[in-house]
Design a protein around this ligand. Structure first.
Ligand SMILES: [Zn+2]
Length: 298
């Protein structure tokens, strides 16, 4: 049983050498046990099986040509992802009883390994949908490597799917943890501070800069705890533990509506739903697991 953050349990062998061989890819797609995760406007086709959501796999060709080769499952069966035409309403007879659902919503009740497959498919398909033209010369580019690359038709530049690193910090000091809430967040929602990394930064640099910018808190030692792919569209959440050297909080109102220090007892109450002011992030989020880790550590 996977009890880590969502999307962090990818079960497939990515079979990278097969991506380089068009004949091998075609042979994989032609196999009777090949299956496709279909997406429409980046929503996966899923089926609700008694409160548990699972992908509604299609045979190859039912959702157009397979766009991305995701890998081989434990039985060696090939798994692909494909995007249906976003401009057209999808045919309802694609799979009886199935529907397109936001992955963020579906992941809450989905098997962790299956959700991780859909997460990778969503990220790569989102990249194809928004990177049809060469960033260097502006000409059209075409997919290659089983969907894991695009090549410019004019200048030949190769483009690869992007992954955007985000640091998210379990900031602690004297038995308390620093949590904040964004200006547009739902009521009572508090979470760990987070932000995109910038070029030239180490993980620790990014953590220290974000904490300083958002709350004025100065961080000392920073260490890595856990990571999570976050396919909306293509972040990697880098969960860090950081020692705060200062306590005083001065929030940046553009970034946060509030930030404060919480004791272990308060975080336990947040998990139990009995804290008057705040609640924890949902299990799908890495911040939930950072806070669980902190309570277990104490
Ligand atoms: Zn080009």
């Amino acid at each position: 049983m996977h009890d880590g953050p969502a999307f962090a349990a990818y079960p497939l062998d990515r079979a990278e050498p097969s991506r380089r061989d068009d004949a091998a890819l075609a042979a994989l797609a032609a196999r009777p046990d090949a299956r496709v995760a279909a997406f429409w406007r980046l929503k996966p086709l899923v089926r609700d099986e008694g409160g548990v959501v699972a992908p509604a796999w299609l045979e190859v060709g039912r959702a157009g040509p397979p766009a991305v080769f995701l890998g081989l499952d434990a039985d060696g069966a090939p798994v692909f992802a494909a995007a249906l035409d976003p401009a057209a309403e999808p045919q309802s007879e694609l799979a009886p009883g199935a529907r397109f659902m936001e992955l963020r919503e579906a992941a809450g009740t989905m098997d962790a390994a299956l959700a991780s497959i859909l997460a990778a498919g969503r990220s790569v398909l989102a990249w194809h949908a928004s990177h049809g033209f060469c960033a260097k010369c502006g000409a059209a580019s075409a997919p290659a490597l089983g969907g894991w690359k695009r090549v410019c038709s004019v200048c030949g530049t190769e483009h690869f799917p992007r992954v955007d690193p985000v640091v998210i910090m379990l900031i602690v000091r004297d038995g308390r943890v620093l949590l904040g809430r964004g200006p547009t967040w739902p009521e009572r929602a508090y979470s760990c501070l987070a932000g995109f990394m910038e070029p030239g930064e180490t993980l620790a640099d990014a953590a220290r800069r974000e904490a300083k910018e958002e709350t004025g808190v100065v961080l000392g030692e920073v260490g890595f705890l856990m990571s999570q792919p976050w396919p909306f569209p293509s972040q990697i959440m880098l969960g860090l533990r950081a020692e705060a050297l200062t306590e005083e909080i001065t929030i940046d109102p553009h970034e946060l509506a509030d930030a404060r220090w919480f004791t272990r007892g308060e975080v336990e109450a947040m998990f139990a739903g009995t804290h008057a002011l705040a609640r924890t992030p949902p299990p799908v989020a890495v911040a939930h697991h950072l806070l669980r880790w902190w309570l277990a550590e104490g």
